[in-house]
Design a protein around this ligand. Structure first.
Ligand SMILES: [Fe+2]
Length: 324
């Protein structure tokens, strides 16, 4: 159930609605007023975010990358720069903080994931701003990670317990060069922020990864065991990983999960468990149908996100910032 509030007076600080939607009641007309209002109400907004996992701001005076940068900055999060991340999604930077959500083609679905949870370096906050909606489709998918955990644990208690105790390893095929036609199209030099193969290997060694070079210049890198289920404040257990995105979206993984995924002890993750996780998440997911100017702030541990495919001539533009 979603919950709409005019400004802040009706917020309930409970977690049985998702996401929270805060509508500008018309009292905030300028970007400066928006920044002052966020500054003043930061604690209240962050408390709501910690309960529900996602807060949507609708009707605020945010119209482009620059005003979005200013709006998001008012929350006072520490900056998490995309450049320093190990993400291999292809993106474009618009300001120091703001970049494109994903340059993957419009017909490509981006499956539910916790941002950068397939690497040891990830943001705590992900924010999205819709500058321009698509004509058809293009919703951002949001899904509560604690609810997914509860349902998966109820459906598959033993495998969930194993996933919780040993974690998961991801194997990623990183292309030789940037390729904007793929959801994971960033080449190994950009992904790892290095120039040479020696530097790449040193970086991977430091991260505890194992790797293999291919004759086409691409690289397969396997992470060390990473947490897939975490405990957060108030003892809530959350699903925090990229298992769904890897299984549904990475090349060849659906047919043979071992191509991209295994338990942290190197044993295979059964397909029926992966199918069950995907089914549960898709039943739990909420489509955020954008309006121009919407800003969403998402707690990366409490909510997973993804993107529906879209169509039409209008260029959908959703921009992102990350915070710690
Ligand atoms: Fe993402």
């Amino acid at each position: 159930m979603t919950y709409q509030s005019n400004m802040l007076e009706d917020l309930e600080f409970n977690n049985d609605h998702f996401p929270s939607i805060i509508l500008n009641n018309g009292s905030i007309k300028t970007l400066e007023q928006a920044q002052a209002w966020i500054n003043q109400n930061q604690a209240t907004i962050k408390k709501e975010l910690a309960c529900t996992g996602a807060v949507l701001f609708r009707g605020f005076p945010v119209s482009d990358a620059v005003s979005y940068d200013a709006f998001f900055s008012a929350f006072g999060y520490d900056n998490f720069t995309y450049k320093e991340s190990l993400s291999n999604a292809v993106r474009i930077n618009y300001t120091d903080l703001v970049f494109s959500a994903n340059e993957a083609p419009k017909n490509v679905e981006i499956y539910l994931h916790s941002e950068m949870a397939q690497t040891p370096v990830f943001p705590n906050i992900i924010s999205l701003f819709c500058e321009k909606t698509a004509i058809t489709g293009g919703a951002t998918i949001l899904c509560r990670s604690d609810v997914v955990y509860q349902k998966v644990a109820a459906a598959e208690p033993q495998l969930t317990e194993k996933l919780s105790s040993v974690g998961v390893k991801y194997t990623n095929r990183i292309p030789a060069a940037d390729n904007a036609d793929s959801a994971q199209g960033r080449g190994w030099q950009s992904t790892l922020s290095v120039e040479t193969r020696d530097q790449a290997e040193q970086k991977l060694r430091n991260l505890g990864y194992t790797w293999q070079w291919h004759s086409d210049g691409s690289l397969s890198a396997q992470t060390r065991a990473l947490s897939a289920i975490k405990s957060i404040e108030n003892g809530r257990q959350v699903f925090f990983n990229q298992i769904i995105a890897a299984y549904e979206g990475w090349e060849g993984v659906k047919d043979d999960p071992s191509v991209g995924l295994c338990f942290g002890d190197d044993s295979p993750i059964p397909s029926h468990f992966l199918d069950s996780i995907c089914d549960i998440a898709s039943e739990t997911a909420y489509d955020l149908v954008w309006q121009d100017g919407d800003v969403a702030v998402v707690d990366n541990h409490l909510s997973m996100h993804g993107r529906r495919p879209y169509s039409g001539d209008r260029v959908r533009r959703v921009l992102v910032t990350l915070g710690l």
